[in-house]
Ligand binder design. Structure first.
Ligand SMILES: Nc1nc2c(c(=O)[nH]1)N(C=O)[C@@H](CNc1ccc(C(=O)N[C@@H](CCC(=O)O)C(=O)O)cc1)CN2
Ligand SMILES: Nc1ncnc2c1ncn2[C@@H]1O[C@H](COP(=O)(O)OP(=O)(O)OP(=O)(O)O)[C@@H](O)[C@H]1O
Length: 225
């Protein structure tokens, strides 16, 4: 990544970690290990983004998804994705593109914290409101082990770093789910350009991803995965 990239947010330098005010100012960055603080910060940025910018980002992400990722997957393969919320980059259109490419698309069914169950996505028209304001298909619920059949897994993230460490919404759902994936499955995060950063806090339970998709940088492969 070039240091000239706009929107770039790096690991805080020591001098940034709260000044004489003890870090209470909204202008200071969260402490390096403060996952919750970073999550709040990244989510606030998404919430403040202009609709037209989000739309343009989603257009670009969907184009890369179609031309550089979907074309590499055989028809009939299973993809585990998620139904994006309004502020998550990418849009539901990425799921429809996967259907059009002949893939079987599973999305999470969120219950109590634990490994996620799954349901087959057949189109946005049949989605129903679910927990946390998410949308889910009404169809039969598949056990968490369904992820083992996926060739590629889209993993939601608020931000991700250049080592593949992701910051999710704080439920620990994906950290409990990804260990059930097949060893060769590709794990891909879709984020804004300012959400691919140098270094995020990492816990022992965190599962790293191998690929990141951003609007401007396209497909970013993580080394040493
Ligand atoms: N579109 C989408 N679907 C998804 C996820 C996601 O990130 N995006 N998930 C990814 O796991 C799962 C749902 N996970 C969730 C985890 C936490 C919260 C939640 O309400 N968290 C609190 C903040 C917790 C904190 O900051 O410590 C909140 O947002 O107020 C919601 C959903 C499954 N489905
Ligand atoms: N494999 C696990 N087993 C038990 N608890 C876990 C596991 N993974 C995460 N947790 C717990 O879940 C909570 C949230 O973890 P973390 O902040 O890493 O979530 P996240 O990666 O942001 O969320 P998600 O995976 O849902 O997107 C923490 O309390 C953590 O201890």
């Amino acid at each position: 990544m070039s240091s000239k990239d706009p929107g770039r947010e790096t690991r805080p330098a020591r001098s940034d970690r709260g000044g004489e005010d003890g870090g209470a100012s909204p202008h200071t960055l969260p402490a390096a290990g403060d996952k919750h603080g970073w999550r709040v910060r990244f989510r606030a940025r998404r919430a403040a983004a202009a609709q037209e910018d989000l739309r343009a980002e989603s257009e670009s992400l969907a184009a890369t998804w179609r031309t550089e990722i979907l074309t590499t997957l055989p028809r009939g393969a299973t993809v585990c994705a998620y139904v994006p919320t309004e502020t998550e980059p990418g849009g539901v259109r990425m799921l429809d593109d996967a259907l059009a490419a002949g893939l079987r698309v599973l999305v999470p069914v969120t219950g109590a914290p634990g490994p996620l169950s799954w349901a087959q996505y057949t189109g946005s028209g049949s989605l129903r409101p679910a927990r946390y304001g998410l949308l889910e298909p009404p169809g039969p619920v598949l056990a968490p082990s369904a992820i083992a059949g996926a060739t590629l897994i889209l993993v939601p993230a608020v931000a991700v770093d250049l080592r593949g460490v992701r910051l999710g919404r704080g439920g620990g759902y994906y950290d409990r789910t990804l260990p059930l994936a097949a060893p060769g499955a590709a794990m891909v995060c879709v984020v804004g350009d300012g959400e691919l950063v140098d270094e995020l806090p990492e816990d022992p339970h965190d599962v790293r991803v191998g690929t990141v998709l951003t609007p401007r940088r396209g497909v970013v492969r993580i080394d040493r995965h």
